[in-house]
Design a protein around this ligand. Structure first.
Ligand code: FES
Length: 103
C-alpha cells in the first residue's frame, strides 16, 4: 500500500521553478503554481535529463533543459517534441506548509 510522505515545505518552493525532491528513492520535480503543487518524475523520458538542472515551466508545461521537450504538469502527457512517452505524475497534497506526495 502506498502512502503520502512529506517531501518539502510549500513556503520554500519558488513559483514556477522546478525543485528536486526525493520520494522514496525516486527523484521528482516539484512545481508550485500559486498554492498548488505538481509533482512529476525529474527524469525526462527522452534521454533522461533532469528537469531540475535548468528546466523551466511554460504555462502548464515543464520544459526539459536538454532538447526542450515539454510535458503537461497535470497528467504528464508529452507536448513539444522530441519526447513521445509521458512523464510519471505523482499525487500531491498540501497540508498547511507541508507538501506531501503519494509514494
Ligand atoms: S533529454 Fe529531455 S528532451 Fe531530450
Amino acid at each position: 500500500m502506498t502512502d503520502f510522505i512529506r517531501v518539502a515545505s510549500l513556503s520554500e518552493l519558488p513559483e514556477r521553478q522546478p525543485v528536486r525532491a526525493d520520494c522514496n528513492g525516486t527523484a521528482i520535480a516539484l512545481v508550485r503554481i500559486g498554492d498548488q503543487v505538481h509533482a512529476v518524475s525529474d527524469t525526462c523520458t527522452h534521454a533522461e535529463a533532469s528537469f531540475c538542472d535548468g528546466g523551466h515551466v511554460e504555462g502548464d508545461f515543464i520544459v526539459c533543459p536538454l532538447h526542450f521537450a515539454s510535458f503537461r504538469l497535470t497528467d504528464g502527457e508529452a507536448g513539444d517534441p522530441p519526447a513521445d512517452d509521458p512523464l510519471q505524475v505523482f499525487e500531491v497534497k498540501v497540508d498547511g506548509d507541508d507538501v506531501l506526495v503519494r509514494s
